[in-house]
Design a binder for this molecule. Structure first.
Ligand code: ADP
Ligand code: MG
Length: 612
């Protein structure tokens, strides 16, 4: 951290530490509420802001925890600290169950389902006799910490804010880690994550449980601060309020949770004070006030209050970024198969999209250590072939063997973890992440530290290794000096090269590149060619789709030619170039009749150098 940030943090901590001395009881209670709500909003910043999954049911988790500890400490007479464990256990299990059921839902169905469980859990509290039905549970004991009672809200205040501080620190650490990069990559689809060996569903589920546990801690604090629980503070309306806090503060920053909680709760109190002066229907007007706030935010300040603050500070107190890779021992490397042995075998691959046969009975092999080019006119089925052999899309029929094992039907992530790394014709980067983070993502499958370890900073050794690897690969493609820039700021051609660096960070046995040279200038293409040759010399096997015939003919050892979904021929570049069928395919001649199953004529690329 740089100086202004340290000073700012020190000031915030000092103000928070002294606040109870300057404030009356009301002020302290309000700050307690803000701290508790901030914990819930913090979970939402991660879940919704970073992970892109909207939850309208977060208050239900607060409720589960609050009721759990309330019941255990009143009806069963246990200590509140046992209550904490019980509360977190129940919240965690509930989140896991709900997450397993709902997180696979796409589009608007996930938010809709969160409303459903938010409603049902609140209803449950109101209808269970053991939980006091609508009147709730009272006489919840106060916390006792090291023999000191925290019955006084001023004592509770310190506990709440220390917990908030620790939670923010935990989440901050998580975001700067392997898990954090995966979480930040959730938006924009699961395919990229799968291609680096990560399980997007698992990442999302873990994130969901983390957000629920933060709400759980809040619920436990709530129960022992207010010493009374009833169903209404945990209904869907409360959930929406938590979401409003996260949006108002800023979904992009952890600090947004605290700022947003303060903003919403202060405003709520102000409205409660002011509205009765004008009308007797203050309660209803308050809802209107919040609705207006929501609309204004969505129109004018999507990034929330902290969005404005960070925009203002970015230019002035830019964070100092490391200009050098950290010193760390290299990550362990995969053993490469002996040159010339069979690495990949595609047999009778077929892919149908409805009536269209995109890949029609294609078979070919790739030996370890060679560069094989897959060529053919646009729409020939090359990208589809790549999707089949990498497990990105399932085959209609056929089989794939990789490293001596049948990998047909295995998940993309599993195949990736066995050493197959790929790039995409339609670039899949995370534009809002730095070059360094995008490349580091590639090492996901080679590394292991999880979210807990990251939050507690037990992952620093491995993280340094990942960073060193990412720097090394960035340096290889000549982009190390731009490591901290955002990937979205690169021209499209360079983004393709960045994808190669990401693939290399996985330490692949087989590198599958879909049109890596598209959009590159002549000199950049030469550099790419040199890089690929160097990789081959190191023993990496490469399978490449490329349209620039000049480039591809000079680079590859062998070519496989596809046309209309079928394999036209294969062989060394000179033989392929001389093949009349290939010349006809590229010049659009009527040499082979399209199979009857084709329903449309694919677009054809204008004459390329193949016939030259
Ligand atoms: P290439 O990469 O050789 O240009 P593709 O593999 O992208 O060709 O496409 C082969 C054919 O399959 C094209 O006709 C394309 O329209 C079709 N196709 C590819 N993906 C899909 C899909 N997801 N759904 C339907 N048709 C597809
Ligand atoms: Mg393609």
């Amino acid at each position: 951290m740089n100086r202004p940030r340290v000073i700012l943090l020190a000031v915030v901590v000092a103000v928070l530490a002294l606040a109870p001395f300057a404030l009356g009881n009301f002020g302290v209670s309000l700050l307690n509420d803000i701290g508790i709500s901030a914990l819930v909003a913090l979970g939402l910043v991660l879940l919704t802001g970073v992970g892109g999954a909207t939850s309208f049911g977060q208050a239900a988790f607060v409720g589960i925890a609050a009721y759990a500890t309330a019941w255990l400490t009143t009806a069963q007479g246990y200590s509140p600290w046992i209550g904490l464990l019980f509360a977190l256990l129940l919240t965690g299990v509930a989140a896991l169950a709900i997450g397993l059921l709902t997180l696979r839902l796409g589009g608007h169905f996930l938010p809709l389902s969160t409303i459903a469980w938010g409603l049902s859990i609140a209803l449950l509290f109101g209808n269970m006799q053991a939980l006091g039905s609508h009147t709730g549970l009272s006489k919840i004991p106060a916390l006792v910490l090291g023999g000191v009672s925290l019955a006084d809200p001023r004592a509770m205040y310190y506990l709440i804010w220390v917990v908030v501080g620790l939670a923010v620190l935990f989440c901050y650490n998580v975001l700067q880690s392997r898990s954090g990069r995966a979480i930040r990559s959730l938006r924009g689809g699961a395919i990229l994550l799968a291609s680096v060996g990560a399980d997007a569903f698992r990442v999302r589920l873990t994130l969901f449980v983390l957000a629920a546990l933060l709400a759980g801690v809040a619920g436990w604090l709530y129960a022992h601060t207010n010493r009374f629980v009833s169903p209404s503070p945990f209904d869907v309306r409360a959930s929406i309020e938590y979401l409003l806090m996260a949006v108002a503060g800023g979904l992009g920053q952890l600090s947004g949770a605290i700022v947003g909680a303060a903003l919403v709760l202060v405003m709520k109190n102000a409205l409660q004070d002011v509205l009765p002066m004008f009308t007797q229907r203050g309660g209803e007007l308050q809802a209107v006030g919040f609705a207006i706030l929501f609309l204004l935010l969505l129109h004018y300040a999507r990034a929330g209050l902290m969005g404005f603050v960070t925009r203002w500070t970015r230019g002035r107190f830019a964070r100092k970024e490391a200009a050098q890779p950290p010193q760390a021992p290299p990550l362990p490397r995969r053993e490469l198969p002996a040159r010339g042995t069979k690495l990949l075998g595609v047999r009778n691959a077929v892919k149908r999209f409805g009536g269209l046969v995109a890949v029609n009975d294609v078979s070919f092999e790739v030996a370890a250590g060679e560069i094989v080019g897959l060529i053919g006119p646009n729409g020939a089925g090359k990208s589809t072939m790549f999707n089949l052999l990498t497990g990105t899309a399932p085959m209609t029929s056929g089989s794939v063997e990789f490293l001596g094992e049948d990998v047909t039907g295995l998940q993309q992530r599993v195949i990736a973890n066995r050493g197959m790394a790929r790039t995409f014709q339609h670039v899949k980067l995370r534009p809002h992440m730095t070059l360094l983070d995008n490349v580091a993502l590639g090492a996901h499958g080679r590394t292991h530290k999880g979210l807990m370890a990251a939050g507690l900073r037990l992952d620093r050794r491995e993280e340094a290794q990942i960073m060193a690897e990412a720097w090394r690969q960035l340096d290889r493609i000549g982009l190390a000096q731009r490591a901290h820039e955002l990937a979205g700021s690169l021209p499209l051609g360079t983004q393709r090269i960045l994808e190669i660096a990401r693939a290399l960070a996985a330490d692949p046995v087989l590198l599958v590149l879909d049109e890596p040279a598209a959009g590159l200038r002549r000199k950049e293409k030469q550099e790419l060619g040199e890089l690929l040759r160097k990789l081959r010399a190191e023993g990496v096997t490469i399978l490449i789709v490329e349209h620039d015939m000049d480039f591809v003919m000079k680079l590859v050892d062998r070519l496989v030619v596809m046309n209309f979904g079928s394999k036209l021929t294969e062989g060394v570049p000179a033989a392929v170039r001389a093949n009349p069928d290939v010349q006809a395919a590229y010049l659009g001649g009527p040499v082979n009749t399209p199979p009857a199953a084709r329903v449309e004529e694919p677009p054809r690329k204008a004459a390329v150098g193949a016939a030259a």
